[in-house]
Design a protein around this ligand. Sequence first.
Ligand SMILES: *[C@@H]1O[C@H](CO)[C@@H](O)[C@H](O)[C@H]1NC(C)=O
Ligand SMILES: *[C@@H]1O[C@H](CO)[C@@H](O)[C@H](O)[C@H]1NC(C)=O
Ligand SMILES: *[C@@H]1O[C@H](CO)[C@@H](O)[C@H](O)[C@H]1NC(C)=O
Ligand SMILES: *[C@@H]1O[C@H](CO)[C@@H](O)[C@H](O)[C@H]1NC(C)=O
Length: 480
Amino acid sequence: MTRRSCTLYAVGVICGTLLVVGIGLVVSQVCRTFIHNRLKKEIVLVEGSRVFESWKSPPPPVYMEYFFFNVTNVNEFLEKGAKPVVKQIGPYTYREYRTKDNVSMVENGEKVSAYNTKSFVFLREKSVGDPAVDNITTVNIPAWAVMNELKGSFFKASMVGMWMTSLGSGLFTTRTVDELLWGYPDPLLERIASLKAVETVFGLMYKARTALQISSHSFVLDFKNGSNSGEFVYHTGEQNYMDYGHVETWKGQRKLDFWTSNQSNSINGSDGSAFHPLLDKNERIYIFTPDLCRSIHMEFEKDVEVKGIPAYRFTPPRSVLASKEENPANAGFCVTPKECLGTGLLKVSPCRKGAPVVASFPHFYLGEEKYVAAIEGMSPKREHHQTYLDLNPTVVIDDASAARVHKLLLIVTLVSNFPLLIVGLGAIMLAIFMILLYRAHKQKTSNEEDTSYSPVSDKEKEDPQNGTYIGLTAKSEPQE
Ligand SMILES: *[C@@H]1O[C@H](CO)[C@@H](O)[C@H](O)[C@H]1NC(C)=O
Ligand SMILES: *[C@@H]1O[C@H](CO)[C@@H](O)[C@H](O)[C@H]1NC(C)=O
Ligand SMILES: *[C@@H]1O[C@H](CO)[C@@H](O)[C@H](O)[C@H]1NC(C)=O
Ligand SMILES: *[C@@H]1O[C@H](CO)[C@@H](O)[C@H](O)[C@H]1NC(C)=O
């Protein structure tokens, strides 16, 4: 009799546990799907949605820090061919305001068209000096660009060289930080402009025709016209949340035409300001960067915390800027096959009107050792020179306040722990049930010595003399 009831209890316990765990899993799955669907719905660029407003004018401050390499041995370099020696100067920090203008829905709300406008305000307290007076000696890019154009013809090059000398325009120039960044009238370009139509103002950030000065150190750069940031058409995520924020076309083009392979020319991913919800550690995220005139990808590196919010750190791997020998997928980025560059460099001339400009990570980080060795003053270090993005995998859009993100994350955490809660609750209820059962059994056995409980379903099979035993389950189930 006791063995039998033991078996019964065991079966009961196992059944109960399985049931409880099962319910827990189902409920949590349903909840998770529900929350995910809500997030997916939430993160669609539609008029009135929460993300739409912050997408149009992102609230988190973006700081642009500019560092310059001051060449300190120009004469030794030019006269004796010495190795260039540079000293890093910076940061000169600007708060960058990004807004999206002329936002309009296209294709039934599946896409949204916008122009990106950026404005910069100088922050003295986050900078090393005054950009209006700090002098930097650096390569004279307009001069190099002109020489580059003429490199086929020795005669013309020598003539222009003499001409440049008479203008006081050498291979190096000393300019203030303001001039280098936001533009200055270049004497050589001004002279050339009398012969052919060229832009006479040169500046690293001078891209727009309408640079408007608001205060002595603040500029509004309108990237709408004649710049490398034209009209963008983005996916809203309406059709598929995985496409949220992806660039569909740029300046009306689905593909670039700077490079020589389809893969290199493809416009992949977002513009770096929005990513689809529910990021996965195993996925590659793609970012189209007009500054580099190409798309790059990033991979998960590690878990981090940003102001108490858990985030995934994504970083571009070495393969992104690898030479075509190291990564054949990059062959398309070498436009002139005889002059392919090594790992760590990207020649961006095709999208800089042919000017000899090469992009790399700071200090040739992730680049070949020979580049680092060629210039005195380079010291690539991961902690200082790595490019990375810290993204919260669930709530992708950085909300106005971290508190709001916290609240949403709390819900997500609760939902993630829902199975545990259910199972815990189930276990407690099962324990109570067992105690009640045991007490009832004890009472019954003391009352009628020879009676035991048996599940109703077992009644007939186990006991031909149906009725001797009291079916406990039957009592609680009214249909019997
Ligand atoms: C850059 O180097 C030059 C000398 O080559 C020096 O006169 C100048 O002050 C340096 N600039 C800064 C900002 O340190
Ligand atoms: C944006 O809209 C304004 C007014 O609606 C218009 O004047 C302007 O040309 C538009 N800008 C672009 C780049 O289309
Ligand atoms: C930078 O150069 C300009 C012109 O040569 C000079 O007037 C100015 O004083 C220099 N700035 C500093 C901080 O030395
Ligand atoms: C945009 O730039 C082009 C030349 O690059 C010019 O012809 C056109 O008028 C400009 N449009 C506006 C709206 O400024």
